[in-house]
Design a protein around this ligand. Structure first.
Ligand SMILES: Cc1cc2nc3c(=O)[nH]c(=O)nc-3n(C[C@H](O)[C@H](O)[C@H](O)COP(=O)(O)OP(=O)(O)OC[C@H]3O[C@@H](n4cnc5c(N)ncnc54)[C@H](O)[C@@H]3O)c2cc1C
Length: 299
């Protein structure tokens, strides 16, 4: 349900009781109490200031790494889809991009501007804010390898510029100041041949299409790769390809993907995640940790 949002000069879009299944790549998830899409960074700051002090907040990108449970999210979801998506070239090497920029657009912007290094972003089906939060990466590249600084906002709407060194980052892990969320980033690349970069993007996307069930509702890799091994290999060796709970199934094409076959509930996917973890532990002696974030309330 949509509510007009012009009280108190706010310019964004407020929706109440909005189903999260429309905003997650698994296509599951119950309703959020309310969801706000800011008009711009200033409007975002104003909206945050207008919230009660203890309002629970959840930040949403494209929901491509999220399992939202069936009873949804209490409090306010801030959605950056279609917002904060400006991109500017600052100088020979640096780009400033809003947290709502899609990673695919960022990759194309780099190649068009003869900047290299950012090709891997092409295959990440999320927004820059989500990539910063996850340290998303592929084919040897990682988001924070290219971050010079970020602008964050806190729950009081205060904007802060922070240098990359204020964040401790590792494989799919980012630790920085608590209760601050990403608004934009300055990224630094190398100058190079944009035509070659565009070719490289096509090659990477082809490789993905060959090895991953792209186009089906999933969240990409469900589990992190353990040190010196692959979650997919461990799951396949445990004979779990094709294993199904309700409408959720372990992909036959890539064992680290769980697919919603059409009528899955978040509950089915979560049960399958725990089943896979338990089987891999029992059969291979390795504890898989989830890469996807599991949030919200159970029914
Ligand atoms: C088919 C497929 C392939 C994939 N391949 C890859 C891959 O190769 N490599 C890889 O790393 N990932 C991959 N993923 C996972 C996913 O795309 C990435 O983790 C991506 O970075 C998530 O971005 P998002 O915008 O969808 O974030 P969301 O899923 O919406 O959110 C992810 C997390 O980031 C937080 N967050 C979102 N925005 C902000 C913000 N502005 N500030 C602070 N926190 C925020 C959320 O609260 C949540 O905790 C894949 C997913 C799919 C579906």
């Amino acid at each position: 349900m949509m509510a007009a949002m012009n009280q108190n000069s706010l310019r964004g879009m407020l929706k109440v009781n909005e189903s999260m299944s429309r905003y997650t790549s698994w296509r599951v998830g119950g309703v959020a109490d309310q969801m706000y899409t800011p008009a711009d960074a200033e409007d975002l700051a104003d909206f945050l200031q207008s919230l009660p002090e203890n309002e629970p907040l959840f930040w949403l990108g494209l929901g491509s790494n999220l399992l939202v449970r069936d009873a949804g999210i209490r409090g306010t979801v801030i959605s950056l889809k279609g917002s904060l998506a400006e991109m500017n070239r600052l100088d020979d090497f640096r780009i400033e991009a809003g947290a709502g920029t899609s990673c695919a657009k960022l990759a194309r912007f780099c190649s068009k501007n003869n900047l290299i290094g950012g090709e891997f972003f092409a295959g990440i089906p999320g927004l820059l804010g989500g990539a910063l939060a996850m340290n998303a990466g592929a084919f040897g590249g990682e988001t924070w390898g290219y971050v010079e600084s970020v602008v964050t906002v806190n729950r009081n709407g205060l904007l802060n510029t922070r240098q990359a060194k204020e964040f401790k980052t590792a494989y799919r892990s980012v630790n920085g100041p608590q209760e601050e969320w990403f608004v934009s980033a300055v990224l630094k690349f190398d100058m190079g041949d944009g035509v070659k970069a565009a070719e490289q993007i096509r090659t990477l996307l082809d490789k993905r299409a060959q090895t991953q069930p792209t186009g089906l509702p999933s969240c990409g890799s469900v589990f992190r790769n353990p040190q010196d091994d692959y979650a997919a290999r461990l799951i396949e060796s445990s004979n779990l390809k094709g294993f199904k709970i309700g409408g959720a199934v372990v992909s036959e094409k890539h064992a680290n993907f769980i697919i919603n076959t059409g009528d899955a509930r978040a509950q089915d996917i979560e049960a399958l995640i725990y089943y896979v973890q338990q089987q891999v532990k029992e059969q291979q002696g390795i504890e898989l940790r989830t890469e996807v974030k599991i949030v919200g309330e159970s029914k």
